[in-house]
Design a protein around this ligand. Sequence first.
Ligand code: ATP
Length: 360
Amino acid sequence: MAVFKPENVEDLYDIGDVLGSGHFGQVRQVRERATGTTWAAKFLKIRKNAYSRLGLDRDSVEREVEILQAVQHSNIVTLKDVFESRSEVVLILELISGGELFDFIAEKESLLESEAIEFMKQILEGLGFMHSRNIAHFDLKPENIMLLDKALPHPNIKLIDFGLAHRFVPGEEYRSTSGTPQYIAPEVINNQPLNTAADMWSIGVITYILLSGLSPFQGDTDEETLKNVDAMMYRFDAQHFSMTSSMAKDFIQKLLVKNPCERMTAEESLLHPWIKPITSKQVANRNRSSINIKNFKKFNARRKWKMSYNMVWMCNRLVQLKPFKVKSEPDPLERQCESDVEDTESKPASLIRRRLSSSS
Ligand code: ATP
């Protein structure tokens, strides 16, 4: 079992800027006093008791920690340490300073499929490693695919956020309806037993977006998106996929398969000719085809806009929930507004659990 140290994290680390926020807390850059090394600290609020609506239960944090300890791979964020106080757990993680892969790509003027494949390959290698240990991520989306250092000629991919991840034990049947509508597999929506194949569906969606700048199942509302996923309502629009190789489309088609048993696995994906070409013709095709960068930039700009809109919306809602309060200095509650407000809308609760950082 993971060791949660009782020391106060602030006695050992200088706490720096906010790197990001999630539903249950913030991630901040920290500097270890003893060594001067910088890390990322994920502060997770723990539920006070079984009736409390705010924060996470300790068991789920323990699960996230145990999974992080089990997935030591160059394409997965590393966990260094865990601290615990009465109200929160702090995960000390490797600092990933290169930002999100999608933001990095959106800054480019063009990108060949062969260059995009280098990133896909790293994602699949990280995922394949997890799957080989019977662990599924269950929340793969652009926000959770980061780069260690974007200044390097071949930046290193790091998968983050194992808050929904699950380790399967033999004979166990696991169901969950958590996730993000745009990236969620049909079996998740239908509350069917899950396995690692659900992650491969998300890889299909991410690849589709990466190549075209279109989100295959996106509807006007989350409900419509979920319906489109369930009905497998997607196609390769000729206008947006005009620069895409047929191998890339084949790769996606083998992932966006409704039956999880028939979906390509991570191991199989790494051997697909789009990722691992065998003939010189296949190599040439990948170098001739490129991603639809113009439309991809538009997709990413919309995604970022929606992320900040959701953040402002949540903060405003918290302010509305606390009337008559005259504020002279920043309130710690409001600084952490994302983690302290729960979704109470009538939508399928867990399906929107992670919507804050997503772009549905
Ligand atoms: P969510 O509710 O979106 O699932 P979460 O509470 O589980 O989020 P994370 O997704 O792990 O939290 O982290 C939130 C954000 O913090 C990330 O989107 C990212 O921008 C930033 N972040 C997380 N881990 C790191 C890290 N190791 N290095 C740098 N930034 C990080």
